[in-house]
Design a protein around this ligand. Sequence first.
Ligand code: UDP
Length: 439
Amino acid sequence: MITSHKAHGLILPYPLQGHINPMLQFSKRLQFKRVEITIALTKSVLKKMKELPSSVSIQAISDGYDDGGIDQAKTYEAYLTRFKEVGLDTLSQLIQKLANSGCPVNCIVYDPFLHWAVEVAKKFGLISAAFFTQNCAVDNIYYHVHKGVIKLTPSKNDEEILIPGLSCTIEMMANQFSNLDKVDWVLINSFYELEKEVIDWMSKIYPIKTIGPTIPSMYLDKRLHDDKEYGLSIFKPMTNECLNWLNHQPISSVVYVSFGSLAKLEAEQMEELAWGLKNSNNNFLWVVRSTEEPKLPKNFLEELTSEKGLVVSWCPQLQVLEHESIGCFLTHCGWNSTLEAISLGVPMVTMPQWTDQPTNAKFVKDVWEIGVRAKQDEKGIVRREIIEECIKLVMEEEKGKLIRENAKKWKEMARNVVDEGGSSDKNIEEFVSKLVTIS
Ligand code: UDP
């Protein structure tokens, strides 16, 4: 007798929203291809998030810090060690519980910061897949650090040699490669056309499949019915304020500014940015998280007219990037933000801060040619004149024409790769067909 079993993927993200959201979007693509999905989230994340997604099943697990999660631990190392100790058990218990649900788990997709999940997969005889939320080029750097080929020396002077900027978290980043020789799949939130060379090279070492961009389908191929829901956030977006304001702005006229959910700018940098934006000819929408707001120059908000700019504590970024009034994105180049800008065809002015951001910025400028980098001075500050100059180049000047045209081309490409038969769609299809066991 031939029985077709339904595949059931247990998704284990690292509990930060920039890691949870791409895995959530990927989960929706798997569900679309009829895979059952359960996402395991830590208890503290579940408490913190403003809204939970309705489209997938979520189960709580313990990381050993049920009240405060990562913020409760003294260091990342302490957090990861405790999560491993507790997680080996709590993840196993969850798998056992789901075994009685009528559709047992047959695969774990885990964030490689939690590489011990492979041991749990092996114990239960499950397929294991590591899901890297960074792009392949950055993963390749971490791989070389992991292998000891690249040695790191901490330094602030890291304009073109970018690895020193990774120093504070580098061990954690490189450790993502632990256990990777034991996994069945390595999934990467990128797409083949973006970084062919490095993907071809890495594919000789690991079973790599690119599955991105992980953006809701409604912004791309529109195959998933009504899939607009972005995911989890600890911040509440000021949706109406932003969209109403943007609706009154001319086409391609607005600079959208955001440094993501974690980056902290120095007060001097905030001041330079504020004046750079004010002095540029363009209106701006600037996301300043409430913890960053005290660093704004004195009277900046009071003196800002609503014709010139809007400052909000959080926005619905995809809806903003999709809006026709947006002319460029001044970004810290977090990978999610970069991939969202690529997918929605928005040219960038980059001001990377740490970890993978300088490398992403380099690719934006030199490889994909969809933006410029606003350079720091010797004190590590990007000055107002540079910010103004970069915005003008990307938004208005003839010199920025190629950048604007390239951004449109990559938008088209991003849609095609997830649409039926595109490179990422084929990879997801291949992954799903391996999950469905026929006996
Ligand atoms: N984001 C958002 N609203 C904002 C600012 C950011 O929804 O006002 C989202 C953005 O769309 C992206 C994520 O937050 O998905 C930031 O992730 P990224 O990797 O760019 O940066 P991180 O926060 O990890 O530094």
